[in-house]
Design a protein around this ligand. Structure first.
Ligand SMILES: *Cc1c(COP(=O)(O)O)cnc(C)c1O
Length: 236
């Protein structure tokens, strides 16, 4: 993989400031209409971007970074191992990748299958529990990953008994046309909280560069922003 290590730091920091400000405004608005709103945090999605950019953002105060491609991510995690960064795995999970994901990440946003949950739980043994979110295919699109909303309860029932997994909530990537997908995600999140006794159920990962404010208005607790911070990617 070819990565650019030379970048415009002033531009990166200006983008980061603008996204942080926009998120603060969205959070303030959400609190006005819902006093139970808990501020959404910013996850900087650094896929395809070099470790040097991550380090610059870390120095500016960003601690949470999201990566999609395991090999690429491991290189950056090793390169930056002296910084206490919180790493989030947000890519699709193949069975043969679970060991490294369990070993090197703090969060996984893309749990959608029981076999993967079982492997992550086994391979996380001896470490602090791995924070996991269940990815839901909220728009029922064949092309998107995530389990179906009606499959969520069975997956929860399995994961809630795993001592090395800390079940935190849901993650969605709605389609651009998705009508009220954010509201449906929040409703599902609340229904699961009512149905199960889940002591750490507190997170909804939704919203990206293009729809961050709308996601926050509907109860997102973590927005995943790549392009608006790092600029366009030359490949996905
Ligand atoms: C790439 C990616 C993002 C960031 O998308 P932007 O539109 O660049 O902000 C968020 N979530 C997931 C799962 C991604 O793969």
């Amino acid at each position: 993989m070819q990565t650019v290590t030379d970048f415009d730091e002033a531009q990166l920091l200006a983008n980061y400031q603008a996204v942080s400000d926009a998120l603060a405004v969205a959070n303030a608005k959400a609190i006005e209409t819902n006093d139970e709103h808990c501020s959404a945090a910013l996850l900087a999605v650094s896929k395809t971007k070099p470790a040097s950019m991550i380090e610059a953002l870390y120095r500016a105060g960003q601690e949470d970074f999201g990566e999609n491609y395991l090999q690429e991510a491991l290189g950056k995690i090793m390169a930056l191992s002296d910084l206490p960064i919180t790493w989030h795995y947000i890519g699709s999970i193949q069975r043969n990748k679970t060991r490294d994901i369990a070993k090197y990440f703090d969060w996984v946003h893309t749990l959608e299958r029981e076999v993967i949950a079982k492997r992550l739980n086994e391979q996380r043994a001896g470490m602090k529990p791995l924070n996991v979110l269940i990815q839901v295919n909220i728009d029922d699109e064949n092309s998107k990953s995530g389990c179906q909303p009606e499959e969520v309860p069975a997956l929860i029932e399995q994961v809630m008994h795993y001592e090395n997994l800390n079940l935190r909530g849901l993650m969605v990537i709605p389609s651009k046309q998705g009508v009220d997908a954010f509201a449906r995600t929040k409703a599902l999140f609340d229904a699961m909280a009512a149905q199960f006794d889940l002591p750490h159920w507190d997170s909804i990962s939704m919203g990206m560069s293009g729809d961050m404010a709308e996601a926050v208005a509907h109860g997102s607790t973590m927005v995943r922003v790549g392009t608006a911070i790092f600029g366009e990617r030359s490949y996905q």
